[in-house]
Ligand binder design. Structure first.
Ligand code: SIN
Length: 570
């Protein structure tokens, strides 16, 4: 099906000036979270000339904000099979089972390699890795570091390893568009660097392999746990390059984000699920534990169920938040186990030791993204995606808590091997100029449109959606296309990325006329396995008026093969 007939054309590029400088590499990795850093380390260790490109500083990605931890079957009596069972249940019938099997079986060894490379996890007095619980897990399976600073520790260890390996890194660089050769294969990426160093302004890294590990899309909503850099740059770049995305409608809203008032915008402080894992209770305005009886795991039900439970109770009581009560932990436990959260709450005038913490859901994680096979390959030859930017099929309709750091590790290692097998180190990149489009492309949106996009998405495509709210959001997003172009620059390019991702997400959410996982349609409140136990795949296809949305459904929960792959390697 072709989406939104008659809608304004979608962009095929960010309309940046031509590159004024270029460097060569075998592999360029865009993004410096757990996924990007791990791909880069593995490619460099394999002898591939590797360049890392990151939008801010090397340690500024989403990974360092991850609190809870990394899930893997590391504990006595735990098995990959049990981890798989919990992942499949949380994914609400839509996980790709082969992808989940890969994650849970390769996960424990990947975590041990991470530890061997210098990451320090919290251990017991006897030296065993301490494991906690989070929503959807039937047992303690989450390794953590610094109490609630797991991502920061993983980021520290990997950044140090990248620096020790001498991997060339370009910081403050926004990746713009993919370069291709005459056969349509990847030949590098253009980028804009804000710096005064060797590379400045618009340039290019020529490489036969480009890995997009750009993280999430949370900034398309007004309130999110994601940092300011999470503007969906990789997903938008991949779409413009002709790659497919999948499951974009499944945005996970974290149930317990510190409530800072109705008008709070941008990145909000997360209150980790591990706080509930250690025994804190969700209570309503009357102090009643409202999740009891809603699910066998109560407050530790999968995240979508807890977020819905909170939203329902907020509606019933006509309030803007619920409370998380961990007063019974006492000061010592808060300080030892959750120092980051304690500090964040206290900096906003709330003391979790003596009072319940006001919490409400906020956008947290994109379960979908750029469609890949089990080796990170996208539908464009030579273009790979990893981590939150990718959709491997592992998360289905709702990611199981703390599976994302693990996914970043496991699939990053696979991409490094695939890039070698696909010939990255032996193939010269020969980019050809992009032919001008038949019709003028849509102008860049004004940077001021960003807040409007966020408001539209929060209102129309947030935790609770309906056909009506989504249709309104689609119309409002289309109307944002300006009559005259904004000046090219980081703000305008990021806003263009947010705009494109928002339009694709809304189109997918309109198409999926059921409620499943974290996609909650008020007008279709039931899960419809007969019709919808399948994925939506979206791409931009050429049309007379420029690229148009193309939406199709898979036949089952398994993804069709990526045709760019040599058959013996699928
Ligand atoms: C949390 O600590 O609650 C977040 C962990 C995750 O998103 O996996």
């Amino acid at each position: 099906m072709t989406g939104s007939p008659g809608a304004p054309a979608l962009p095929c590029s960010l309309l940046a000036p031509p590159p004024s400088w270029a460097i060569d590499a075998d592999v360029v990795v865009v993004g410096s979270g757990v996924a990007g850093l791990t791909v880069a380390l593995n490619c460099a260790a394999d002898g591939q000339r590797t360049v890392m490109v990151t939008k801010a500083q090397l340690d500024d990605g989403s990974t360092r904000w991850a609190q809870g931890g990394i899930a893997a079957a590391l504990g006595d009596g735990d098995t990959p099979g049990q981890h798989s069972a919990d992942t499949l249940v949380a994914g609400a019938g839509l996980c790709d089972e082969e992808a989940v099997r890969t994650l849970v079986t390769e996960g424990p060894a990947a975590v041990r390699r991470l530890i061997a490379s210098g990451a320090r996890f919290d251990t017991s007095a006897t030296g065993e890795i301490e494991l906690t619980r989070e929503g959807g897990h039937h047992r303690r399976r989450i390794a953590h570091a610094g109490g609630d600073a797991t991502g920061a520790e993983i980021s520290r260890a990997l950044v140090e390893a990248v620096q020790a390996a001498g991997i060339e890194t370009i910081e403050n660089a926004l990746a713009l568009d993919l370069l291709k050769d005459a056969e349509g294969r990847t030949a590098g990426v253009t980028l804009h660097v804000m710096g005064e160093g060797q590379h400045d302004g618009v340039g290019a890294v020529h490489a036969p392999a480009v890995v997009l590990a750009t993280g999430g899309i949370g900034q398309i909503f007004s309130a999110t746990t994601n940092p300011a850099v999470s503007t969906g740059d990789g997903v938008a770049l991949a779409l413009r390059a002709g790659a497919e995305v999948s499951d974009l409608e499944f945005v996970q809203f974290h149930p317990t984000v510190l409530y800072l008032g109705a008008g709070a915008e941008g990145q909000q402080p997360l209150i980790s699920e591990a706080v509930r894992g250690e025994g804190a209770h969700l209570v309503d305005a009357d102090g009643v534990r409202f999740m009891t009886g809603q699910h066998e795991l109560g407050e530790l039900a999968p995240r979508d169920i807890v977020a819905k439970g909170i939203m329902r109770r907020m509606r019933e009581q006509n309030t803007a938040h619920m409370y998380l009560d961990g007063r019974h932990f006492g000061a010592a436990m808060w300080e030892h186990r959750f120092p980051t959260i304690l500090e964040a709450c206290r900096s906003h005038g709330i003391d979790p030791v003596t009072e319940p913490v006001p919490v409400s859901p906020a956008a947290h994680y994109a379960s979908g993204g750029i469609r890949t096979d089990l080796h990170g390959r996208t539908t464009v030859p030579g273009l790979y995606a990893c981590g939150e930017a990718a959709c491997t099929g592992v998360h289905g309709a709702n990611r199981l808590a703390s599976n994302s750091l693990l996914e970043g590790l496991v699939f990053a290692e696979r991409i490094a091997r695939a890039a070698r097998r696909d010939g990255a180190p032996s193939r010269a990149a020969r980019p050809v100029p992009v032919p001008p489009p038949a019709l003028p492309p849509p102008p860049l949106p004004a940077p001021e449109a960003r807040r409007e996009i966020q408001r539209i998405m929060t209102r129309g495509a947030g935790v609770l959606r309906s056909g009506e709210s989504l249709a309104r959001a689609a119309g409002e997003l289309e109307a944002l296309t300006p009559a005259k172009p904004a000046e090219p620059g980081t703000d305008a390019w990021e806003t263009a990325n947010l705009h494109l991702v928002a339009r694709v997400l809304v189109a997918a959410a309109r198409h999926r006329t059921e409620t499943r996982g974290c996609h909650w349609r008020e007008d279709h409140p039931e899960r419809d396995d007969a019709v919808w136990r399948r994925h939506l795949i979206v791409g931009l296809r050429p049309s007379g008026a420029g690229p148009a949305l193309d939406i199709r459904t898979t036949d089952s929960t398994a993804f069709p093969p990526i045709h760019a792959v040599a058959p013996e390697e699928t």
